[in-house]
Every structure is written in C-alpha cells, then in structure tokens.
Ligand binder design. Structure first.
Ligand SMILES: C[S@@+](CC[C@H](N)C(=O)[O-])C[C@H]1O[C@@H](n2cnc3c(N)ncnc32)[C@H](O)[C@@H]1O
Length: 228
C-alpha cells in the first residue's frame, strides 16, 4: 500500500481568476465526469432524497460550485426554495451558475470561509457533501473536520481520490486529454493524499452512525456517514 502523503496543491495557491486556475478548473469538470463522480452523486441524491430536494445542503470546498449545481439541477429540477451553501475559502462561483440555480428555485449562499470556522457555527442542514476536498487535510485536521461535520448534519458524503497504483497510472495518462500542468501536478499529489480501505470511517465519530466506505471504480473513493 502507498503511504499517505500530503503536498500543497497548486490550484489552492492561485488567484481564482488566474488563467492557470481557470484551465485547471475546466480540467476538474472533465475529470469529474470521466471518473464517474457526476453519476455517483446523482444516484446518491436520488437514493437519499427521492424526488424532493433536501431543504438545506452544503458543499465543502465547493470551488466554482459547478459540480453541486449540475448534480442538484439534474436530480431536482425544482429547488422549491431549498438552500445550497457553497463553502470555500476562495469561492469563484460564476453569476451564470448562481442565476441558473436561482431560476430553478434554489436559494444559494456562497460562504467565503475556512471550513473549520464555517462548521463551528453551521446553519441547520439536511446533508453535507464534499467532492475532491477531504484529501487536503492530514489525519489530525480530518478528525477535527469530521467531528464538526458530524455535529452539523445527519448525513455526510464525500468523493475523494483513491490512493493506489491505478490512480497513479490514471495520472500518467492525463496528457492524453491535454490536461494543464497545474492539473498534472495536483492530480498526482491528490492521489498520494487520497484514501483507501476504511481510513475515513476510522476517523468519523463512532457512536450512532452507519458508515459506508468503498472504492468507486476506477480512480475514486466513496465515503458516506448516516445517523443511525
Ligand atoms: C480540488 S478543489 C475542488 C473543487 C470542487 N469541489 C470540485 O470538485 O470541482 C478544492 C477546493 O477546496 C478549497 N479549500 C481548500 N482548503 C480549504 C479550507 N480549509 N476551507 C475552505 N475551502 C478550502 C479550495 O479553495 C478549492 O476550491
């Protein structure tokens, strides 16, 4: 097994409007689709909420909010006044994303905050999700983050990079889709900082929760915790 190691990601240090950041976010959209994240999130939303949108849902480390917006709009075309919190310390949510959600009946709150501060005083929530976010943190920070999340919501889910040789092979193939240099770097360090086995379940508070954790073929790692 590859030992988990953390290296800062270049995208996190770039101004959101920098051309390299824009290029890398475009790559992220393509990669989320290629890695099957969109399909997985939509089937999770349908499974958990059927056809009625959650009243309040937050995405941690939401970036430009495109993933959350696309998945929620595809699953619940009528937001019916539900609230989406997009939490990021450097959010870059386009007006067009906001307007599309608002036109479909979603109330959107872009929360420019460090995730630890935001989770310390969260609004009432039905669910929290995170896509390619938890792997930014070492185990000590993750234990704190997951404890805060478990107090804020009865339902939490995350899609993360799977740490392993297959992921590294996938990274080696990224030049084939003409990925930007920032993406090539960040994808490699993300796999090295990713998860396997039951690493997230081990860090999630134990009592009163049902945890599901598994590989999502080919390159991803899924975690879901539900209050029992
Ligand atoms: C790899 S991007 C993922 C963006 C989006 N979830 C996606 O899948 O396209 C990680 C995001 O986490 C944000 N981030 C990193 N550390 C953070 C922190 N401590 N608090 C809030 N946001 C953070 C970064 O600003 C960045 O937008």
């Amino acid at each position: 097994m590859i030992v988990r190691s953390l290296t800062p990601e270049l995208l996190d240090a770039l101004p959101p409007e920098a051309p390299e950041a824009r290029a890398s976010r475009r790559d992220l959209h393509a990669l989320n689709a290629l890695m099957g994240h969109r399909r997985a999130w939509r089937s999770w939303l349908r499974r958990e909420f059927d056809s009625r949108a959650p009243r309040a849902i937050a995405e941690l480390g939401a970036g430009d909010g495109v993933i959350a917006a696309e998945n929620l709009l595809a699953t619940f075309p009528d937001g019916d006044g539900a609230t989406l919190f997009l939490v990021d310390r450097a959010p870059c949510v386009a007006e067009s994303t906001l307007h599309t959600l608002q036109r479909a009946g979603w109330r959107v709150c872009v929360e420019k905050a460090d995730v630890f501060d935001w989770l310390s005083e969260p609004p009432p929530l039905d669910a929290i999700c995170a896509n390619l976010f938890l792997h930014h943190f070492d185990d000590t920070a993750l234990t704190r983050l997951l404890a805060l999340a478990s107090r804020a919501t009865p339902l939490f889910a995350a899609m993360e990079p799977r740490r392993g040789w297959l992921g590294l092979a996938g990274v080696a193939a990224l030049p084939l889709i003409d990925a930007h240099a920032v993406t090539l770097h960040d994808a490699r360090v993300s796999v090295e900082a990713g998860f396997c086995a039951r690493e997230l379940s081990t860090l999630w508070p134990r009592d009163g929760w049902l945890c599901e954790e598994r590989r999502t073929f080919p390159f991803s790692h899924w975690f879901c915790a539900r209050k029992a």
